[in-house]
Design a protein around this ligand. Sequence first.
Ligand code: ADP
Ligand code: MG
Length: 917
Amino acid sequence: MSAWYQKTAAETAVEFNTHPEKGLSPEEAAARLDQYGPNELEERGTKSRWSILWEQFTEIMVVILIIAAVVSVFLNEITNAVVIMLIVVLNGVLGYTQEYRAEQAIAALKQMAVPLVRVVRGGRITEISAREIVPGDLVLVEAGNKVPADGRLVEAVNLKAQEAALTGESEAVEKDHSLVAGAEIPVGDRRNMLYMGTVITYGRGRVIVTETGMHTELGRIANLIQGVEREPTPLQRRLENLGKTLALAALALILVVIGVGWIQGESWTTLILTAISMAVAVVPEGLPAVVTITLALGAQRMLKRESLVRKLPAVEALGSVTTICSDKTGTLTENRMTVTLLDVAGDQRSVDALLERGIPMRRLEADIDRSLAPTERTLTLLVKAMTLANDARLQPVDGGQSRRAIGDPTEGALVVAASQLGLEKETLEERWPRVSEVPFTSERKRMTTVHETLVPPAETDAPWRDDPYVAFSKGAVDSLLDITSRVWVGDGAVPLDEDWIERIDRANAEMAANGQRVLGVAFRTLDELPGTGSQGEIEKDLTFIGLVGMLDPPRPEVREAVAKCRTAGIRPVMITGDHPLTARHIAVELDIARSDSPTITGSELAQMSASDLEERVEDVPVYARVSPEHKLNIVTALQDRGQIVAMTGDGVNDAPALKKADIGVAMGITGTDVSKEAADMVLLDDNFATIVAAVEEGRVIFDNIRKFIRYTLSSNTGELFVMLLAPFLGMPLPLVPLQILWINLVTDGLPGLALAIEQGDPGVMRRPPFKPEEGIFSRGLGKQILWVGSLMGAVSLGMGWYFWDLAGRPAVGGHHVEVHWRTMLFTTLVLAQMGNALALRSNRESIFKIGFFSNMAMVGAIVLTFVLQLALVYVPFLQNIFSTAALTWWELLITLGASLAVFFAVELDKWRRRKQD
Ligand code: ADP
Ligand code: MG
């Protein structure tokens, strides 16, 4: 194969049978996709079916069960062994199917995380998934993009790429399309090529794709895991510790039970098997699996609400968020901008008025037309400049019926306004072709383009009468004034003195105070074309032309989302690069700030020490004119004050803040690939309200996990209560090992899974967030587990004791002797669990209010468990195995009654707590 970097761009285009401007035809692209396959790297991130299956049987509790089965065989307890193994297999199958489902949910999320790429096909720019790129495609890249495939540059403007993924070199490399390199040079020096997985940090470019998928340099050297990452969540880690603690506790308890049992004369066989089943009884073996499944399915539910979770811990952390720091443009506002005002030389015109009565801009040279008033000439110059220093363009849609701006919405608005006023960007660009540029960055908050003045209008008094080049800049007014020395007044330039600065500042402030986004526009002439890297040379001594004001309405749904935040104990904060007054206006409108709330600007931030900022950071709702680096300071200060911070970001330089935040949130539509990669979560609709929805979902998930914990641990407490106290009442072993296993693996598991998909309490967003240092057992969970567990234990043990007493207190009932009183105890405990599960569905609301049938999975689980329990009690074969005896109707009703008692006790407790507040 030939090395593409040794060929010219034109040669490469010929080799790939593609057009360096129009790209491939859509048909050809489709054919090549068939031929070469999708542009993706082979995945190593997903777990294989086999490893999921293997994990089911290597979990510590399952291993204990397997040992128990083996021990049973040696003790000649074959039935026991078989049943235990059956339970192990059943548990494995259940775990496997659930986890496989979770795995698929994660795989689906990964698919979603593949970035979109801009390609030119058949002469039109379209956005497609990076997977659909084929060799020969013409791909457009710009700062913030991740390069989707390997390619030969055909155009590069100030292009720099960071190629650490390939070369390990973190310094960005300058790229140049015109070079042709020598033979055998290393990847890092092939400056006319772009490589998959590297990142564009500056400028823009166009490449012909040469290699895709596993044939790229990156594919050759490594399998990089794209998309969703998997790490244990803090909760999962805490649960692991809990498991260990419980295991130790179990050990102690087992010693007690065995000691007492031995004194009472139980056989060693019984005691060993009991010890093993008690170990199983104490540890909530379903917990890790349920947590994983709940998180993965939760992530899937969030996707339906337009938030793509990239890292699973985010699902859980979302529930604890205390502060949401949000961008303004596009997230709080619609990012649908309309130019409303033009302001030149102290004279302001609304676009509407211009359109109605209008000044004609149809002629390109209107700005030098002496028959027009100076203001009108300057207006034309303003519109020209704002259209030329601009990367957006109008593209026909619906078969040419109408046109739509593509590119940055701010810039799109300018192009649309110019077109309405009679100046088409395309015509302007033919007349003043762009020859160089200094791209926009969030730090400078401005951009500049350099144009050739093809026909110098020598006989006129155009500003660039004598010069071959003219540069246009647009950007934040303050940023522009820094590099401006004169003002254009229609006939010529006058020095930018104090008066002018004051006039411009006032106009700027007035517009901003009305919520307008304001851009300044300026120009300068150049007698020669500056070389690359000379942005300081270009951006100086400008002549100010005027201001453009545009409106970007707040998103209607955000007000409600903000209100929701407040009741949920979450503070919304606006962080924007925009003018403080614009920011404040929108913030007040959305109720993020009051009109007397403080605002901190980027330049103030730069002056503040870390401790100064920490002191104020919890009171300031609006940060304006900030640079990306300030976001990092704000996150750090908030975190130092103990806040859990969600932070949005879309730009190239937002990655550090996104990584630092507890939840980094990237924008799905306007966000750069770099920001998405750094984020924990991507908003598919860029909407603030979606963050709040995700927080809500996160809280529901956390609640459900807590409900599951509460359910299993109270069952376990009940069992322990019975096992520990029975000997002191002089009773023989109250539950046989298989009964304990049954409770722990079946009657815990089925309703437990149903709890995991419970819909949220209506009140989830009306209570303060969980602090990370709050343990799992906070807010009364531990107490509830203890009292409900003890209640279940007491009711069952009482029932068992009564029937044991009735039967004349039989002394020894070996572990496979069918005993009537034991069946009563066992069934009562199982049915009490059902009552508990039902009442637990909501932490606060009564089940009569949320409805018995609002979680059909729970209804199914309870019915199924009940039927299985009846089978255990009445089917002779199962009676033998589980040491049960048939109950009469009356007795069955009594056990049901006991379970109702537990149900009402838990409901009563909720009622009491509702009364309290
Ligand atoms: P936000 O935080 O609201 O998204 P940005 O960081 O996008 O704000 O913009 C900050 C400032 O940079 C704006 O107020 C504007 O003055 C300037 N600006 C934004 N986009 C452009 C652009 N395409 N060209 C020139 N200046 C721009
Ligand atoms: Mg922005």
